[in-house]
Design a protein around this ligand. Sequence first.
Ligand code: RNT
Ligand code: ZN
Length: 422
Amino acid sequence: MKQDMDKAIGAAYELARDRYAAVGVDTEKAIERLADIVISLHCWQGDDVAGFDGGDLDGGLAVTGNYPGKARNGDELRADYDVAMSLIPGKQRLNMQAMYSESDGKRADRNALEPEHFARWMDWAAERKIGLDFNGTFFSHPKADDGFTLSHRDDGIRRFWIEHGIASRRIAAAMGRRLGTPSWCNVWIPDGYKDIPVDRLAPRERLTRSLDELFAESLDSEHIRDTVESKLFGIGSESYVVGSYDYYVGYAISRRKGLCLDMGHYHPTESIADKLTALSLYLDGILLHVSRGVRWDSDHVVILSDELRMLAEELVRGDILDRVAIGLDFFDGSINRVAAYVIGARAMSKALLMAMLQPIDKLRDMENGGDFTGRLAWLEDMKTLPAGAVWDAYCLRCGVPPAMQWLDVVRDYEKNVLSERR
Ligand code: RNT
Ligand code: ZN
């Protein structure tokens, strides 16, 4: 069976390679380029954003579904990760949260976390030669339960979260130093009001002061890249979000920080693909949280949607892949969580491949020559070229199960490991 499939994939690839060559696209080059791209998998899909430090999920985030097999500790999460990574072609990193600290008896509150609380994650990553990214966790904690953190009107609470941000940056820098690849360190806070505020300014002024203190320590950019993540609204912050998009674009540009764009954090008809080239002219770094909102910021598993394809096309055509870090951000507890990682990451990678399989010089010539008829006609035709045959061949070359073969591995893992977790 497997041999027949591999043979069919080989034959289909040869035909696809010739078909693409006929329109001036080199499939071998595309495969080579794709193999170099790193996707950062977010650890929080594996346990429904529960974390290990005891807080109940809040901050306007919600995970639905009760599929069996959720990871309950670091060892289980890392084991799930190993399986997911073995089924995703190309390179990966791991995107961590502060709430995933492992205390080994010495509990530390969020403002007192240190790199040693992430020693197991770092050892694990070092063994696999992968990088780690980091997020402070400014939610699921008693000091965040009224929905405000860095912009809180209480000095003490604000101070606590500033200290958490400082601690998070040091942890990220330690990860970057240890693993030899800078850690993207992201700040997202839930702060906002359910109902119409009368003072929209003061919380934003406080947030700026807090962030300036949080970022005051200068750390080596070889070890850490700072980003700030905006949001449109959350559950319980429907009327006002302190850290809005406009707020953070201004903050990031004026303070020379990176910006994190989460695909679920914009108006439904707003395209983050369109923002990339605009922002790339002014920002040092852009981090993506690739997600899929369904009617709201629902964080559904990423699929090969038009939106995802447009995003990938902008990254490839604008040649900005070296300045934009790709991270995933979704959480679905209603399906097998390892499969969720694989489906989402493979979709991201497939979208990039499809973008790389377009005859961009030809398309650009048509556009510059005013031939918009040709441009539209060609773009339509590209959609049904045999990208799937190139994808399967790419998976085989990466030593990863092609087509639906990966699902068998997940099903075995579910039967032998996940089903034992009760
Ligand atoms: C929340 C943000 C944030 C979180 C993670 C868990 O809306 O997207 O990135 O998803 O920190
Ligand atoms: Zn996000």
